[in-house]
Ligand binder design. Sequence first.
Ligand code: SF4
Length: 395
Amino acid sequence: MDMHKELLPTYEISFYKDFTCRAGRCEETCCRGWKVSVDDEALKKYKSLHSVTGLRIRLALLGRKDGCFDTSYRACPFFNKEDLCGIQLKYGEDYIPEICRTYPRLNRNYGFMQEKWLDLSCIEAAELFLSKGSGFCMTAIEAEEAYESEYSNDDRDFLRELIKSRQEVVRYLDESLFSKKEDLDRAFQALLSFSLAAEQGSIKNDYSYFQKKTADFYRGDGGKILFPFPMELFKEMICVNGFYHRSLFRQLPFLNKILQLFLSEFKDIGTSEGQEKWERLYNSYLEMDAQGEDIAKGPCPNGQGILRELVNYYSYSVWTDYLRSFEDYSFSKWLLRGMLAVNFFFLFSALLWQEQGDILRHEKAHVMSVLERRMHHNPTQEKKLMESLRKHVRK
Ligand code: SF4
């Protein structure tokens, strides 16, 4: 351990330490489908290995300008028949690249403080998150500085204001009642208006928008529907903007299976027929959920199962993304990004539920992890989806 690392005020997602990798039992392993970037320290160790494995590692990196093991279309070259890492088995955890050691634990350093959470593209992290219901938060601790800050903004007061306003957004989501889909649409409308006001205010150095309650930003002027997205918007994103791609058959077979369900249901039908079909699907999905909740537990104080789950998913994205406005003041980008993920999660869960007649928590975790991989770990793809969403909002 480096004894000279500074202690920094740190916010950590409350279930951060509960994570344990599924290793050989993982049905959506991170050893497949992604490039693995090899850091300088690992590279130095690999150069000193005088063994067949050492030679294999060096060969795997030969001629690769990006310094990565290529796992894009198949598994990492060191992923063995028992679904375990051959490098780790032979040389121990110290010899695997840093990204493999830390994933799905993520850390963001803002200079004055840092945050730690789990990336929901990992199926175990996603299931842990879903098992918590709304029982998670960021807990304040002191921890060693994990990485250097990549933020150039040194306005500590602005960061404090951002942290307070994030608290207000999360409080609003936690305390509001979500018993019908319109409640979530209303919350998204309010948050979009807030984010646009925040961007305008930042240009003029006016931070009065931070003092207002989130609910007060709801304009009630019938803005674009933000939940559930209309079917035409999904179709544009999936069929035109490349969310669906043939390579998913090998890269992410589970996501490919769900997208095939989508294509067979919606690809070849007209706008109004598609929208009606989508409304029938999501209404039945929500009705099934409401009945199940009532029988099993009675009504929830702040909303029913699926809607509350979606709100929690959105809250998680607020916890992890909102402070990124510290660097780029792009409040709407970070708040819309979560709405995108929530809508796709709703669509895919509903499709799987319709196909199977049921959907269990571990299946939802699987949906969440492949969705996060396709959406948030593919910058080109995410940019296209965000462009479509912004166009929809502006229309
Ligand atoms: S996806 Fe998560 S649980 Fe699965 S192997 Fe990777 S870190 Fe472990």
